[in-house]
Design a protein around this ligand. Structure first.
Ligand code: GLN
Length: 390
């Protein structure tokens, strides 16, 4: 055979680490703290709303391209309720097949071949693949350990901008480090975007999973309204990762651009689930407080357990992931560590190196997910404690 089947743009991307590590967990029967999905489903009334929609024949045929009006309206209500933002449901909202499609469509729509895209490293793995599919050039700006968090160096970010930079692909709260950019950091990113006339695609899927001060959307900073594409999803906030309902909010011109790409990716998806997510977005504050507090307790349980087991722990301010440094355990290679972990102690984790261009920077870091039942986390912590001894 002549040419390999996989084209050049995707040749560097093998199977995602999430699929690889979840398969490893199934094969070995280990506790899966690798792929980030909750092991309990979201609220009963939201599930019932999906069943009702299916039964009542709402969404069983192609929904409208931009998403069903009920969900678009619910998204605008959500933006007003939590952030005081006014968003037009007809021109400024686009419903997508999860945040994943929103990211893909945004990059395919906004990036020309050769354009540079700045992403915070470590970056969520689909960013790199989507920049590549768009023919863009990825420019990583590395978050660096600073005490017990990872921090963005604003000077490095400024220095990364060139005449070819098209957009900054931001993610806060940040997967995998759990860093939440501060108000001042967001303000600096916004100033830079305005000064250099950049677009920003900001992935805020963990907007409700923050344990310190409340989430601030980047779009709320001066000058950002016309240059920001904000992405979120029902997967994290409502624990329905399998439904794949996400959304984009942006100025009409940007939404139109993103929709141009999206209509040729899936056109539409998840009809009945869109009605259910509309109801989810209208749940009372108690729901949102509840999931945050539940996860805060789980973060503390796992963070303390990992510390006791000998890891250096970067305590996340948001998301449901903890990044650790394995060097105190006498290990340096996160890949090898994660591949051997199921056998050594029956737990699966993810090597952060997969989220880096600078492999050397990412090598000693390993990510654990804590969106699991307390009993599962307690069992995992018990197993991990045997690590130092073994
Ligand atoms: N976002 C999830 C994670 O970071 C996984 C998503 C996926 O499997 N693609 O673990």
């Amino acid at each position: 055979m002549g040419r390999p089947p996989l084209g050049r743009r995707l040749a560097a991307f093998g199977t995602t680490i999430f699929a690889e590590m979840s398969a490893l967990a199934v094969r070995t029967g280990a506790i899966n703290l690798g792929q980030g999905f909750p092991d309990t489903d979201g609220p009963e009334e939201v599930r019932e709303a999906a069943v009702r929609a299916l039964r009542d024949g709402r969404g069983n045929q192609y929904p409208p391209g931009p998403g069903v009006p009920e969900l678009r309206t619910a998204v605008t209500e959500h933006q007003r309720r939590w952030y005081g933002l006014d968003v037009d449901p007809d021109t400024e909202v686009l419903i997508t097949a999860g945040a994943t499609e929103a990211i893909a469509a945004s990059l395919l729509a906004l990036v020309e071949p050769g354009d540079e895209v700045i992403a915070l490293e470590p970056y969520y793995d689909s960013y790199a693949a989507c920049v590549a599919m768009a023919g863009g050039v990825r420019v990583p700006v590395t978050l660096r350990p600073d005490g017990d968090i990872f921090r963005l160096d604003l000077d490095e970010l400024r220095a990364a901008v060139t005449d070819r930079t098209r957009l900054i692909l931001l993610n806060t709260p940040h997967n995998p480090t759990g860093t939440v950019l501060t108000h001042d950091e967001l303000a600096a990113v916004a100033e830079l975007a305005v000064e250099r006339d950049l677009l920003v695609v900001t992935d805020e899927v963990y907007e409700h999973l923050v344990f310190g001060t409340a989430h601030t959307p980047l779009v709320s900073f001066p000058g950002m309204r016309e240059r920001t594409v904000t992405i979120s999803s029902a997967g994290k906030t409502f624990s329905f990762t399998g439904w794949k309902v996400g959304w984009v909010t942006a100025a009409p011109e940007l939404v139109t651009a993103v929709r141009s790409a999206k209509q040729y990716l899936t056109y539409v998806s998840a009809g009945p689930f869109q009605y259910a997510v509309a109801e989810a977005l209208r749940l009372p504050d108690a729901y949102f407080d509840g999931i945050r507090e539940d996860l805060r307790a789980k973060r503390d349980l796992l963070a303390d357990g990992l510390t006791d087991a000998g890891f250096q722990v970067f305590r996340p301010s948001g998301t449901y992931f903890i990044t650790t440094d394995i060097r105190p355990l006498g290990e340096t290679d996160g890949f090898a560590f994660c591949r051997s972990l199921p056998e050594r102690c029956g737990v699966v984790a993810v090597p952060n190196a997969v989220f880096y261009d600078h492999q050397d920077q990412g090598s000693p870091f390993v990510r654990f997910a804590f969106c699991k039942r307390e009993s599962v986390l307690t069992e995992a912590v018990g197993r991990l404690k045997g690590l130092a001894a073994g």
